[in-house]
Write a protein that binds this ligand. Structure first.
Ligand code: MN3
Length: 202
């Protein structure tokens, strides 16, 4: 049994002009595919073959001798989660129920966006910025390289990839601009709500 590259949840042209089809072609078709291929090669004929992606991530996260397996497995998971964090109909305002939660945690939706953008912009080198749930509290966290929130016992709600390969073709060195576009035009608020378990209708 081996892992397959998941299909993008939308046509690769559908995030234009915010993310080009060329970027998705390379990012999904080359980078994400390479993590899948590397992972399959690394676990072949080992005790990890047949384990779920989450099991592999959690079992290798604290083991330096398995860093290669961890890095590729976590990057497979992170990228699949990132594609679902965006939508062609993304951005705009969160639902009133989600907005209430963001206001309670961050002061306002605008403050959430500013803090998320700041965290992503200040991740030194490659990594990710996330909205997570930790012990019931909403938090913004950044992780380096392949690190992923489940390792810290956090539940990921949404992420933006801040590796240069995510934005360089479209934005060159302007990572903050990419993060602003992600928040204004791409973030799929309904995916955030789904990961929070949804809200009761009032
Ligand atoms: Mn990437």
């Amino acid at each position: 049994m081996s892992f397959d590259l998941p299909l993008l949840p939308y046509p690769k042209e559908s995030l234009e002009p915010h993310i080009s089809a060329r970027t998705l072609d390379v990012h999904h078709g080359k980078h994400h595919q390479a993590y899948v291929t590397n992972l399959n090669n690394l676990i072949k004929d080992t005790p990890l073959e047949g384990a779920s992606l989450e099991e592999i991530i959690l079992q290798t996260a604290k083991d330096d001798s398995k860093a290669g397996v961890f890095n590729n497995a976590a990057q497979v998971w992170n990228h699949t989660f990132f594609w679902s964090s965006m939508s062609a109909k993304g951005g705009g305002e969160p639902s009133p129920a989600l907005a209430d939660k963001l206001v309670a945690a961050f002061g306002s939706v605008a403050a959430f966006k500013e803090q998320f953008k700041q965290a992503g912009a200040t991740q030194f080198g490659s990594g990710w910025v996330w909205l997570v749930l930790e012990a019931g509290a909403l938090k913004i966290v950044k992780t380096g390289n392949a690190m992923t929130p489940m390792v810290q016992g956090q539940k990921a709600l949404v992420t933006c990839d801040v590796w240069e390969h995510a934005y360089y073709l479209d934005y060159q060195n302007r990572r903050p601009d990419f993060l602003q576009v992600f928040l204004d035009h791409l973030i799929d608020w309904s995916f955030v709500e789904k990961n929070m378990g949804g809200f009761e209708r009032k």
